[in-house]
Each structure stands twice: as structure tokens, then as C-alpha cells.
Design a protein around this ligand. Structure first.
Ligand SMILES: NC(=O)c1ccc[n+]([C@@H]2O[C@H](COP(=O)([O-])OP(=O)(O)OC[C@H]3O[C@@H](n4cnc5c(N)ncnc54)[C@H](OP(=O)(O)O)[C@@H]3O)[C@@H](O)[C@H]2O)c1
Length: 326
């Protein structure tokens, strides 16, 4: 496979952003887009010079020339659309959150396993050079043992806006959309699921507007995560270790550099870099895995995805937040 030929299932905001990233990857081709809405479909096809358009998702996944299907629909449809593509024999990159809850996530993974197909959660920030370099440093003990992480993701969105974020039926709210970024990053850095979870969430209109989350890890590790769709938070991430510190600047989830302080040395700037607005890295990871014949990305294994989904379920259970489809 010289060029990996992509099919986009959905043509909304994130599909356009991944399209920008895909254009920066030499061995990727955006072959087809499937979208129910003609205007949106045509706009994306024109923008990225996409040769094939489908008015239904069913037709898209049946295109024999597509090597991988990217699921870019709202959270509540990830299970249905991922399974649609997998059952048509297509490898899948599915947007985050991978599903509404862990039961749905398990269903998707079971189909990929049964069909022997590649499947990856599109937690796009995971594939950027900065998080990868920080993970390497932490695993190598550069700041000693990781003891604490403080990370947030919040912006001020209107309660009155017509947005999927405000819609319980689409799995709206802060946690599944942006709150999961620090939760997922903590799982990556601490290397597994928390052993203790304490949280407070403010719910309004069937969704969580803001929350604070404490995650406890073995050996005393602690992650302090907060998120909001009603407040502009600093969007920083601070990491403390027994032998140093790391500061990721605003916005921590999309940065080309970070600051490192090892005990006894001065602060220094580390610049792992970044291509464009970041989405190219995710495309490159999918292409790399497909060409290597992998079913899972080593940076985003199915068990990691299941662990994060379990944490998100536990957090929502503490708040008493259930979506209409659950
Ligand atoms: N926007 C971001 O910054 C961002 C970043 C990272 C991840 N994500 C994730 O990407 C997913 C999509 O987010 P988005 O912001 O791209 O959403 P969006 O702009 O609203 O686009 C949603 C897409 O899903 C399709 N769709 C199918 N059934 C739908 C339904 N019942 N209601 C609404 N849309 C439906 C729409 O379809 P048609 O084209 O077929 O009409 C549209 O193309 C979410 O899970 C989100 O967490 C978004």
C-alpha cells in the first residue's frame, strides 16, 4: 500500500480539521466523503479535492477502494458508525470519546477483534510530539517518579447556543468532549487506571457544565483535572515528580514545546515540534499502523481506551448523569 486511501464518515467541524492534517501527509489520500447533508459534503469535497462523494454512510463503507474509515459523527453515533464500517471490512479511526460508555466501547472492540481489523480512538493529541516526548521522559525517570498532574480544559460556551455540547441526546457536556483530555492524559502518563476517583460536577439541563476530578494512582500519584463549557480556564498542564517538574504551556493539548526543570538544574525549554495544527500526526500514526499490519496503536491500545471509558463512566455515575440513550 503506497498511499493509504481514506474515507470520511461525516463532514462537520472535526472532519474538516482532520482533512487539513491529512493534506500534510504524503502517503495519505482523501478518497471519499460520506455525509447526509449535500452542502456540507460538497464543501468538504471541494475544499480537499475529494474525488468520491456518497450521500449515505452505508454507500461510503462499501467503497472497495477505501483503506480506512474515519468516524466523525457525534459521540452517540460512534458505536453505530464504527460497527457499520468494521462490518463492511474497513479498518476504523473513531473520534473521541470513543463511545458514550464502556459497554458501547466493548461492543466496538469486539467487532474489530472478531474481524481482525485495525481500530483506534482519535484522541488526536496523543500522537503529537510533545506528549510522546514527555511520556518518554517520565518513563525514563527524568523528573523522578511522577507524583502529581494538574490539567484543565475549559472554554466559555453559551447555555443558549444550538450546539451538540448542550444536547443530552448527543452525549453533550464538558466531560466527554473536553474533560476527557486531562483524564486520558493522566492515564497515559501514570500508566493505567486510577485506583481512586473523587469528583464534583455541576449539572444543568441533562449535561455537565463544569467539574473537578481527582484521580488517585498507586504509590500516591494524584491527577487534578477540571473542565468546563462555561468558563475560560487556563488550559495548562503541570507535572510534578520526585526529581523535577514539567510545565506545558497554554493550550497544553496543542503545543510544540514545554518547560523542564530537573532538580539542581535551571529551567530549560524542550521543543519536540508540531506539524501544522496537529492533526497530521494522527493520520501518520494510522498510516504507520496499517502499513505495519497492526490492529492497535501502541500509543492507544484497546485496553487503554477501555480504561479511560471506565473512568469516565465512574465519574458520571458519581454525578448521577445518564444520557437518554443509556
Ligand atoms: N470539533 C472539534 O474540535 C473536535 C475535536 C476533537 C474531536 N471531536 C469529536 O468529533 C465528533 C464530531 O464533532 P464535530 O464538532 O465535528 O460535530 P459537527 O460539526 O456537529 O459534525 C457532526 C457530523 O456528524 C454527522 N451526523 C450524523 N448524524 C448526526 C446527528 N444525528 N446529529 C448531528 N450530526 C450528525 C453530521 O453529518 P452529515 O455531514 O452526515 O450531515 C456532521 O457531519 C465528536 O464526537 C467530537 O467529540 C471534535
Amino acid at each position: 500500500m503506497e498511499k493509504v486511501r481514506w474515507g470520511f464518515l461525516g463532514a462537520g467541524s472535526i472532519a474538516n480539521r482532520l482533512g487539513e492534517g491529512l493534506m500534510q501527509v504524503d502517503d495519505a489520500e482523501l478518497l471519499a466523503v460520506g455525509s447526509r447533508t449535500a452542502d456540507r459534503r460538497q464543501a468538504l469535497a471541494e475544499r480537499f479535492d475529494v474525488p468520491r462523494q456518497y450521500a449515505t454512510y452505508e454507500e461510503l463503507v462499501q467503497d472497495p477502494d477505501i483503506d480506512v474509515v474515519y468516524i466523525a459523527t457525534p459521540h452517540n453515533l460512534h458505536r453505530e458508525h464504527s460497527i457499520l464500517a468494521l462490518e463492511a471490512g474497513k479498518p476504523v479511526l473513531c473520534e473521541k470519546p470513543f463511545a458514550i460508555n464502556v459497554a458501547e466501547a466493548a461492543e466496538i472492540i469486539a467487532v474489530a477483534r472478531q474481524r481482525n481489523l485495525f481500530l483506534m480512538e482519535a484522541m488526536w493529541t496523543r500522537y503529537l510530539p510533545v506528549p510522546s516526548e514527555i511520556k518518554r521522559m517520565i518513563d525514563d525517570g527524568v523528573i523522578g517518579q511522577l507524583t502529581m498532574m494538574v490539567g484543565d480544559f475549559g472554554f466559555r460556551g453559551a447555555r443558549s447556543a444550538r450546539s451538540r455540547l448542550n444536547e443530552p441526546a448527543l452525549g453533550g457536556g464538558a466531560l466527554l468532549d473536553i474533560g476527557m483530555y486531562p483524564v486520558s492524559f493522566a492515564a497515559y502518563l501514570f500508566g493505567g487506571s486510577p485506583t481512586r476517583i473523587e469528583t464534583l460536577g455541576h449539572l444543568e439541563g441533562g449535561i455537565d457544565e463544569r467539574s473537578g476530578i481527582l484521580l488517585g494512582y498507586p504509590d500516591g500519584g494524584l491527577a487534578v483535572c477540571y473542565s468546563s463549557i462555561r468558563d475560560n480556564t487556563p488550559q495548562e498542564c503541570l507535572l510534578f515528580g520526585s526529581g523535577g517538574e514539567i510545565r506545558m504551556p497554554t493550550p497544553w493539548w496543542l503545543t510544540d514545546h514545554f518547560h523542564l526543570k530537573v532538580d539542581g538544574e535551571d529551567w530549560r525549554r524542550v521543543e519536540p515540534g508540531l506539524i501544522g495544527k496537529g492533526f497530521a500526526h494522527e493520520v501518520m500514526e494510522v498510516n504507520r499502523c496499517l502499513k505495519a499490519g497492526l490492529l492497535e496503536s501502541p500509543d492507544m491500545t484497546w485496553s487503554h481506551t477501555m480504561g479511560v471509558m471506565t473512568t469516565l463512566d465512574t465519574i458520571r455515575a458519581q454525578w448521577g448523569l445518564r444520557y437518554p440513550m443509556e
